[in-house]
Design a protein. Sequence first.
Length: 343
Amino acid sequence: MKLGVNLTYQGAGELAVAAEQFGYDVALAPEGYRSDAASVLGLVAGRTKRIGLCSGVMQIPARTPALTALTAATLQALSNGRFRLGLGVSNPDVSEGWYGVPFAEPLARTREYVEVVRLALDGKPVRYEGRHHRLPSSGSGAAPLHVITEWEGSVPVYLGAVGARNLELAGEIADGWIGVFATPGQVADSVARITAGRERVDRPLTGFDVMPCLATSVGEDVASCVERLRGHYAYLMGIGARERNFYCKLATRMGHGEGAAEVSRLMAIGDRAGAAQAVPAAFIDETSLVGPVERIAERMRAYADAGVTTLSIMISALQAGLDERITVLEQAMEALERSGVRD
C-alpha cells in the first residue's frame, strides 16, 4: 500500500514538497468552498519533481468535458506525465445549487463525460452524439474539439463514487476509485462492487487503484485527536439538506443518525461550533486515522487487507499549523512503515 496526501491551497506547495521527500506517491487536490483542483495542482506541479498529482475530485457539473480534457492535458504536460484525472458527479446541492446543472441521470452523464474526455485526450478531433453531450452541437457545423497539447504517457481516470451502481461504473470505465469517510469493512464492500464492474467488461482488478482519503490526527490521546477533526466533519455533514447529504447518510447507516440530524440542524442555523461538538466521536474514530502511530499502523493494515492500494492522508482536515501538518505527514509514513504493508 502507498500513501497520498489531500491538499487545499493553504500550504499546498510546502506540504507537497514534504510529502515527496517522505516518499508519498501522490498529492490530491479536492474542490469545495476553499479552492479548485487545477490551480492547486498547477502550483504543486511547479514545486515538485516526482510525486504524482491527482484531482480529488474535479466536479463534473462545473466544467464541460472539453475543458476538463484540456485542463488534464495541460497539467499532464506541466508535470511531465505525473497527472491523474479524478472526477466526480458531486451531489444535488452542489450540482444544482452551485452550477445550475440538473442532477438527473448522474450515472449516464458520468459515462458520457468520461467517454468524451478520453476521446479528446487521444488527440484526435472529437465527434460525439450522446443524450447529454453532443460535440459539435447538432446542426451547428462548428469545428470539432481537437486537443493538441504535447505530453508524456496517458492520463489515468479515477472516479469518486459512493453508491453501488456508481462503484460498479467506476470498475467499468475508470482506472481508480477515490473514496472518503470509509471504514475498512466499507472499503471491502466497495471493492466487491468495483470488482463486479470490472468483471462486466472482462477486466481484472489488478492495476486498479483503490484510494480512500481519510482525515488524520496523530497523538497519544485518541479523544484529543478526534476533537481536532470535528470542524472538518461538521463542514462536510452540513452541505445541503440532511436527506441528500452523503456524510449524514453514512453516519445514519452506522448508527449515528441522531447525531447527524443535530449536526445538520445546527449548521443550517449557522452554529458551526455547536455543530462540530455534535458530531459523534465514534463516527470520527471509525472513519479516520486517529491516535498514536502504532494505533494508526494497525488501522492501515486493516485497510490494506480490505483492498486499499493507496491510502490518502487528508491533511487538509486537521486544524493545525503548517509545521504540525508536515509532522503528521512524517508520522503517517512512519505508521505505514510499522504496518508492514508498504508497497
